[in-house]
Ligand binder design. Structure first.
Ligand code: ATP
Ligand code: MG
Length: 332
């Protein structure tokens, strides 16, 4: 009987987190292809969360959202990934309540600071390697790694986010096909619609390292698909003298045009000389000291003028089965 009562209480608590009425929206944090990300408060406990709001428009998007939600749940096992606090839905909206990561993005850092120092690049690169390897060990290829999708928390640690384009089940020799991602960051195989694996993410990681160290992209994102392919396949990036020899070599190993020669897939990236001073167990424990403290706003300083959720469409009837989820740590 006591056990039954306890379970009843827990279910009631869980259902509070799955009810849109219990959230108030504070301000918009970002907008992308799929929808908006809005800072919200879970009113009952005054907890902040970043809610990604996706309107149920196209049935073919549901599969992407399901995949995104499943990765957001697995993410709770790695400190360098942005996790879900809850995922739920109304008749016409899908809601991904994410942990609020409030130091901005790596894109903001590069915009504010310009070129980053070797030491700063080493910090972000090390935390990103642990996050990316965790995804790959779990059969997940991100497919849209770029500074805008890399969040930074209050202390300055990295959180990879935006799992909207992931592919899952990528174990062993499994490959994927199809053009996904963002111009400037996409691997040659992806652009050419050839089969690819986790090597696609290591290419994007190489682009991100280049961008952090030079404040430029190695390959032009301009032009149509044919022009981008042309640039990525035929050109070698320019490596400015300011790059250290080890970093330059690391980027070259990651930007190998042939996927099977690319570091990350071909050899363990942790063993590259650029990382020779890194104690990986400290990185995993998140004990490296962030070299940059984000100057982005604190969680309390904004004007609480509430905005509203998009209007419900009462005619919508499609519900995603088995989608409701609350992270146990949020219930405590
Ligand atoms: P997609 O690329 O799948 O269309 P998207 O670009 O619409 O997705 P995200 O990249 O997940 O969506 O989020 C958009 C922006 O919202 C991010 O670049 C970031 O500025 C902000 N954001 C996302 N998640 C969080 C979070 N957990 N905490 C704070 N800000 C966030
Ligand atoms: Mg994004």
């Amino acid at each position: 009987m006591a056990e039954e009562k306890r379970r009843f209480r827990e279910d009631a608590k869980t259902s509070e987190y799955l009810d849109i009425e219990n959230y108030s929206l504070i301000k918009e944090l970002g907008e992308g292809n799929f929808g908006k990300v809005v800072l919200a408060s879970f009113k009952i406990k005054n907890q902040l969360t970043a809610i990604k709001i996706i309107e149920k428009q196209r049935e073919e998007d549901f599969e992407y959202v399901r995949r995104e939600a499943s990765v957001l749940q697995i993410a709770s096992r790695c400190p360098f990934l942005c996790r879900a606090m809850a995922t739920f839905q109304t008749k016409s909206l899908i809601l991904l309540a994410l942990e609020y990561v409030n130091g901005g993005t790596l894109e903001n850092i590069i915009e504010d600071r310009g070129r980053l120092s070797n030491k700063q690049v080493l910090f972000y690169a090390s935390e990103l390697v642990v996050g990316i390897q965790f995804l790959h060990e779990n059969g997940i290829v991100h497919r849209d790694l770029k500074p805008e999708n890399i969040l930074v928390d209050e202390q300055g640690h990295v959180k990879i986010g935006d799992f909207g384009l992931v592919c899952t089940g990528m174990y062993g020799a499994n490959t994927q096909c199809g053009y996904y991602g963002t111009p400037g960051y996409t691997a040659p195989q992806v652009l050419l619609e050839e089969p690819y694996d986790a090597g696609a993410d290591w290419w994007s990681f190489g682009v991100i390292l280049y961008e952090m160290a030079t404040n430029r992209l190695p390959f032009s994102p301009k032009g149509n698909l044919r022009q981008q392919v042309e640039s990525v396949i035929n050109r070698e990036p320019e490596y400015p003298d300011s790059l250290s020899t080890k970093l330059r070599d690391l980027i070259k190993q990651l930007l190998k045009k042939k996927a099977n020669q690319r570091l990350g897939v071909n050899g363990n990236i942790r063993d590259h000389p650029f990382f020779s001073t890194v104690d990986w167990s400290n990185v995993e424990k998140r004990t490296l000291k962030p070299p940059i403290k984000p100057s982005h706003e604190s969680a309390t300083g904004f004007n609480r003028k509430y905005i509203s959720f998009p209007k419900e469409d009462p005619s919508e009837t499609r519900m995603l089965k088995g989608f409701d989820y609350v992270d146990p740590s949020w219930l405590e």
